[in-house]
Design a protein around this ligand. Structure first.
Ligand SMILES: [Zn+2]
Length: 304
């Protein structure tokens, strides 16, 4: 069946739609990228929405630290994002807001006027509602209330995603932003768990390899609960770790190929931690926890 918008629905369990909302270009490749690539390979449609242009990002790869890169940062990051989306096989939209930057210093400087974190929530929510009503995702993935990492754009990305999830199906909210659409599930993606870093660290040490995680793990407050305690859903995606790494490297200004992103050999990753982790926070379908599939219960509900 081909809908009026040209999207194809099939009867093979494929043809479902997943939307991942991210703060900056490169976040989609470092959080949940392998599971997105898996869902694309299985015939689903995945849309990445990036809230900001990443204009405030500094160049984190020495090989890219060149004047022409600095003067064209916005354009360079747009090209990087397009390459990453192509590698992952996902659709991509910019929400069009300006990177707030990560304020540093004592006292902390104010956020720049008009940046994503300062734009009224109604305004950014309407922009995301418009994307949701157009793409009509069955499942939305975003960050938890801490942003996964305490950048003002990541926290805002969480707030906007939650507000848009609730507003998208409501005909009284943003009537000019398209036909109401009810997503069925919403997840937080969880990348850096202590359990995962510990597993990688121990495997590296056991193989006699250098571990970049020792110091990181040492700084971890032992009394703080590990995010794994919140995880409801582990998606196997080890066959797509290479694709994930290629997408990461497409963000050449942000990702140093010699960095700790690539410290763990892929065969070890596949053996020690073949999944990506998610936390189910909203659901209108029946599924049994723990899950191994973001579409669990959705296939049954929409009858594909
Ligand atoms: Zn980010």
């Amino acid at each position: 069946m081909v809908g009026t918008d040209g999207r194809t629905a099939t009867s093979t369990g494929a043809g479902l739609r997943l939307m991942a909302v991210h703060a900056h270009p490169d976040d989609e490749s470092s959080k949940g990228a392998a599971s997105m690539a898996r869902y694309v390979a299985e015939g689903h449609e995945v849309m990445v929405v990036t809230c900001t242009g990443g204009e405030a990002g500094s160049v984190l790869n020495p090989a890219m630290d060149r004047p022409e890169v600095h003067t064209n940062m916005t354009e360079v990051r747009r090209e990087e994002m397009a390459r990453a989306a192509k590698i992952l096989g996902v659709h991509h939209r910019w929400l069009g807001f300006v990177d707030s930057g990560l304020p540093e210093g004592e006292p902390m400087p104010p956020l720049p006027e008009g940046c994503f974190a300062m734009v009224p929530l109604e305004e950014s929510t309407e922009a995301l509602v418009r994307e949701i009503r157009e793409f009509r995702p069955h499942v939305i993935v975003t960050y938890d209330e801490n942003g996964g990492y305490p950048h003002p754009d990541h926290i805002r990305c969480h707030e906007v995603s939650m507000a848009a999830y609730d507003a998208a199906p409501d005909p009284e909210r943003f009537p000019d932003a398209g036909e109401p659409w009810q997503p069925l599930k919403l997840y937080y993606s969880h990348g850096f768990s202590r359990a995962k870093l510990t597993a990688f660290h121990e495997s590296l040490v056991a193989r006699g390899l250098d571990s970049p995680y020792e110091e990181w793990l040492g700084r971890w407050d032992p009394d703080k609960a590990d995010v794994m305690e919140r995880v409801t859903t582990r998606v196997r995606c080890e066959d797509y770790f290479e694709v994930r790494d290629e997408a990461l490297k497409a963000h050449a200004t942000q990702i140093d190929p010699n960095s700790r992103w690539f410290a763990v050999p892929l065969d070890m990753q596949r053996e020690v931690w073949p999944t990506e982790e998610y936390e189910l926070v909203r659901s209108l379908v029946d599924s049994t926890l723990p899950e191994d599939d973001l579409f669990a219960g959705v296939r049954e509900k929409v009858g594909t």
